[in-house]
Design a protein around this ligand. Structure first.
Ligand code: CAA
Length: 696
């Protein structure tokens, strides 16, 4: 045995206690220890049953993430699971905390399972681009039936104990010390003369329409392979003898290991955790956060207030009039009702938030004791400066003054106060209580503890916080504006917005750029184009048809018409023929003979523009590392997680090829397609973006 498994004898029962803090991950030592522990128990005279139990906060959280990417060492997990199940002794698992991935597979190899009322179970392998590879797809359907197993495996969701009991994942729920409860369960089984009950010997469940299920899962995952493959693995559990099913599962597991999607998912998994890990924040204490202020109660302000209230912060919301404040409260109440419905908060918490945690005011004086104030007012520099002047006069020393601006210069805003060190950008994404991304925009004079406070707030709100430097649009909107421009150019030259949206949703984006524009409101882009018009370079190609659409009063979903027409009561829209007419008219005016774009070319140009701008953003230090850009696109812009992010995608496609594309496009338009110096540098050195992540 190893240090990681403690062996104890309690009467007829041998206890194997997993001791691998913090979450009993299945490291090599744990796997070897479980093998040795089973041998020991079987050789221990008089032992009739084995109890598997975890120390600390969890039963087993699955494979050890520290071993990812390394050559796996024997014993492999499937062998451990088969060894446990094949034991002549009765094996019981008593679970608490989480039992995830390989952890649940170990439990499914036991003959009986009991759990604490708050225990959670899941097979999250699809989030790593894989399927369970240690019998999970073969054993789970035998205890839950096919449909429940497919749901659990393809979603990777956590199932709570009561649901797990209904599904058949566990046999009982019992509250108390997991070892005491487990021993009682094992002893009761022995007393009633129970026998071994290996899941592999249970009958296979009835089949379903496999092809229909496969197609439905593939569609839902927008092209992600692992969940769809899981359907095939479950199919094998029904159609093949158990041992053959295990082999089929293992083969699919190894095939998935070799895919780009697996690499994308692993990159996302680690980057999501690395993103807030900045050397400059080491040892810096954030300022205290208990009460915050929000200025402006429109969609954005109300969303930010909702997120803060849901995290337990007290919020004072400032509006221009009592009526506007009440309207803001109604928006927040609407958001909270959604959270209540989804079970994210109790009725009591809901009432408490609306009756006491939220205060409304029309006078900035109400913010004098706030620890942090976020302004979410109209996107206009003079308006912002005036707000910050007022905040500077009223807030106590040490209050963090944050702007939610999407584009404006945070240095200029900071300079309008006497305390620029306290000023920061906290750029939320709409709806702010739902979207996971937060850009923490660090201006020239922002204090390190203010940056740490921005990250602490993000963590508290459950956001993925990414550090960004100051530039027009920061990380996300700056890159968005470039790839949207590439799409706009394709439209002028012959593509249609609908083809582009379709191709990009097929690529895996949650929505195409034109459907997104309709959702966000076309007036936003219109205002930005007007703002940028005076400083535009004459070589810039800017389509005029979107302005004409706005001039006609069409702002997208909110007016019922934009690139698409939205009929009441219908989900999504249908192409707007007026847009096609406007585009055709503009092509005529500009003497453009439209040409056909293949789907491949659309992806290539769109992604080349995205990667090129992202490389500039990293090269200029606006984003610290390529992974920061990847996380912004993943969590704020619907980039498919299984591709890891645009710079991971670029690494997988190959940087020399991408640079060659950009240089070729530059022959048509050398103003727009200027290769990023960082991209040239990486290609010259034979390196990739991920090398920079490793250097950082
Ligand atoms: N291996 C090693 N360490 C792990 C771990 C794992 N699988 N999961 C979590 N940890 C560590 C974390 O790194 C963290 O360590 P530090 O405190 O040193 O930073 C600590 O456990 C606590 O983690 P969290 O801060 O995330 O705590 P939490 O309470 O919010 O969440 C959790 C706990 C639900 C286990 C969450 O960490 C989690 O989901 N972990 C990943 C689980 C997972 O994906 N396991 C692999 C399943 S796939 C599989 O088993 C088969 C396969 O791939 C081959």
């Amino acid at each position: 045995m190893t240090d990681k498994i403690a062996y104890e004898r309690h009467g007829d029962v041998a206890v194997l206690r997993i001791q691998n803090p913090p979450v009993n991950a299945l490291s090599h030592e744990v796997r070897s220890g479980l093998m040795a522990g089973m041998d020991h128990a079987e050789a221990d005279a008089g032992v009739k049953a084995v109890l598997l139990v975890g120390d600390g906060r969890a039963f087993i959280a699955g494979a050890d993430i520290k071993e990812f990417g390394k050559t796996p060492k024997e014993p492999h997990l499937p062998d451990v699971c088969n060894r446990i199940e094949a034991s002549p002794l009765i094996v019981v698992a008593s679970m608490h905390g989480v039992s995830l991935g390989g952890g649940l597979e170990v439990a499914l190899s036991a003959h009986y399972r009991t759990a604490q009322p708050d225990a959670r179970f899941g097979l999250p392998e699809v989030h790593l681009g894989l399927i369970p590879g240690a019998g999970g797809t073969q054993r789970l359907p035998r205890v839950t039936g096919v449909e429940a197993a497919i749901d659990m495996i393809t979603s990777g969701r956590h199932v709570k104990a009561p649901e797990a009991l209904d599904m058949g994942v566990i046999d009982s729920i019992a509250e108390g010390d997991p070892q005491t409860v487990g021993l009682a369960h094992a002893e009761a089984l022995l007393a009633e003369g129970a026998t071994r009950r290996p899941v592999s010997e249970m009958p296979a469940p009835p089949p379903i329409d496999w092809d229909a299920s496969y197609e439905a899962v593939l569609k839902k995952g927008r092209g992600q392979i692992a969940p769809a493959q899981a359907v095939r693995a479950v199919q094998a559990s029904v159609e093949l003898p158990f041992s053959e099913g295990l082999k089929a599962e293992r083969q699919m597991f190894w095939d998935l290991m070799k895919t780009d999607q697996r690499q994308g998912m692993i990159h996302a998994f680690f980057s999501e955790r690395a993103v807030s890990n900045l050397p400059e924040l080491k040892g810096i204490e954030p300022r205290e956060l208990a009460a915050i202020g929000v200025i402006g109660g429109g969609t954005m302000g109300a969303g930010i207030a909702t997120a803060a209230l849901l995290s337990g912060l007290a919020v004072t919301l400032i509006e221009m009039s009592d009526a506007a404040a009440e309207a803001a409260k109604a928006r927040i109440a609407g958001n909270l009702a959604g959270a209540l419905k989804r079970g994210k908060l109790s009725q009591e918490q809901h009432d408490n938030i609306l009756n006491s945690a939220l205060s409304l005011a029309t006078d900035y004086a109400a913010l004098k004791d706030s620890d942090l104030v976020i302004e979410a007012v109209f996107e206009d520099m003079d308006v912002k400066k005036s707000v910050f002047g007022d905040l500077d006069a009223i807030c106590k020393p040490g209050t963090v003054l944050a702007t939610n601006t999407s584009y404006l210069d945070v240095n200029e805003i900071a300079a309008s106060t006497s305390r620029p060190g306290d000023v920061i950008g906290l750029h939320f994404f709409s709806p702010a209580h739902v979207m996971k991304l937060l850009e923490v925009v660090v201006a020239d004079q922002t204090g390190p503890d203010v940056v740490a406070t921005g990250f602490a707030l993000g963590k508290r709100l459950g956001k993925i916080s990414v550090r960004a430097g100051v530039c027009d649009g920061f990380i996300g909107n700056r890159i968005l504006s470039t790839y949207r421009t590439a799409a706009d150019h394709m439209i002028l030259d012959g593509a249609s917005p609908y083809q582009i949206d379709k191709v990009l949703t097929d690529f895996g984006f949650a929505m195409g750029p034109y459907a997104v524009a309709d959702l966000a409101g076309l007036d936003i882009g219109w205002a930005m184009r007007k703002r940028l018009a005076p400083t535009r370079d004459p070589r810039e190609r800017v389509g005029r048809y979107p302005d004409k659409l706005c001039e006609a009063g069409h702002f997208g979903q909110k007016t019922g018409k934009g690139f698409y027409v939205y009929e009441k009561g219908q989900r999504g829209g249908t192409p707007n023929p007026e847009v096609t007419a406007l585009i055709e008219a503009e092509r005529k005016e500009r003497n453009i003979t439209p040409r056909a774009f293949s789907d491949v070319e659309i992806v290539r140009r769109y992604m080349a523009a995205m990667v090129n701008e992202a490389a500039k953003v990293v090269g200029e230090g606006i984003a610290r590392r390529p992974l920061d850009v990847d996380m912004v696109l993943l969590f704020g812009y619907g980039f498919p997680r299984y591709r890891g992010g645009p710079l991971k995608w670029a690494d997988l496609v190959g940087l020399p090829d991408l640079l060659a594309d950009i240089e070729r496009y530059a022959e048509e338009d050398d103003y727009f397609w200027r290769p990023a110096p960082l991209l040239r540098e990486l290609v010259a050195d034979g390196r990739c973006f991920d090398d920079l992540n490793k250097d950082a």
